[in-house]
Design a protein around this ligand. Structure first.
Ligand code: SF4
Length: 81
């Protein structure tokens, strides 16, 4: 995972949500989210393509998704509560 500069955290309640999985899959321009049988899957090999556009945050309810900037002391992008 060398060179990966972000991490995506999903709330426990969001992981198994197949409706949310489809929304995230559609929202992210670089395919970091995939909708599969179990709900939301993070596509690790695409993480370093993140453009910090926040579209995933807008597609998800507050608290469901955090994009953590590993290069910035773990500062996170998240939807305000
Ligand atoms: S911030 Fe944009 S590019 Fe990054 S994971 Fe969210 S939707 Fe994808």
């Amino acid at each position: 995972m060398d060179g990966v500069f972000i991490r995506v955290d999903l709330a426990e309640t969001a992981r198994g949500d197949r409706g949310l999985a489809r929304k995230l899959e559609e929202a992210c321009p670089v395919d970091i989210y995939a909708a599969d049988e179990g709900g939301v899957r993070i596509v690790d090999e695409n993480l370093d393509e993140c453009v910090l556009c926040e579209l995933c945050l807008e597609a998800a309810p507050s608290g469901a998704v955090r994009v953590v900037k590993l290069y910035d002391d773990g500062a996170a992008l998240e939807r305000p509560t």
